[in-house]
Design a protein around this ligand. Structure first.
Ligand code: FEO
Length: 174
């Protein structure tokens, strides 16, 4: 049985993951509008992934006899200055998610809730990977620079990163 405090904190995390899913969906739409099909596909996959992160917590709360709540989701932004700014925003968001996960770990320790502590290990690894991925994308964008063909090359690059991610996800699920 989960404590009320832990249950509320996990429900808050559901909200954060759901917001991330909507934020990335909004970014996918902007990328599509800009003709950045590789970036759009990447953002759609990220959005689906965030929904899975949300559902994982949702099911966990039910499993430990808590009550998972469907969150209200704030409207994400629809306008982005540039593809670089967009990925900078993603990176900042992911750093925020990492802080939230760390807070949950701290709370589960404080509450001697080792079941939740164990459950959260998956998220710690996931956040390390997400942050590293976004950092590497930002490095690539900076490396390509802002020449006349830069958007084309950035989109190509993100497209191949997306293909590699899909392959890794499929291998994980196999
Ligand atoms: Fe589920 Fe990318 O945080």
């Amino acid at each position: 049985m989960i404590s009320n405090t832990m249950e509320a904190a996990l429900n808050k995390q559901i909200e954060l993951e759901a917001y991330a899913s909507f934020l990335y969906l909004s970014m996918a739409s902007w990328c599509d509008k800009e003709g950045l099909n590789g970036c759009a596909a990447f953002m759609h996959r990220q959005s689906d992934e965030e929904r899975q992160h949300m559902l994982k917590i949702f099911h966990y709360i039910s499993e430990v006899d808590g009550y998972a709540l469907t969150p209200a989701i704030a409207q994400p932004p629809h306008q982005f200055e540039s593809v670089q700014k967009l990925f900078e925003q993603v990176y900042e968001h992911e750093k925020g998610v990492t802080r939230a996960i760390n807070h949950l770990v701290e709370l589960s320790n404080k509450e001697d809730d080792y079941t939740t502590l164990n459950f959260l290990q998956w998220y710690i690894t996931e956040q390390r990977e997400e942050e590293a991925l976004m950092r590497s994308i930002l490095d690539k964008i900076k490396l390509i620079g802002s020449g006349p063909m830069s958007l084309y090359y950035i989109d190509q690059e993100i497209s191949s990163i997306n293909a590699a991610q899909l392959k890794a996800d499929n291998a994980e699920g196999a």
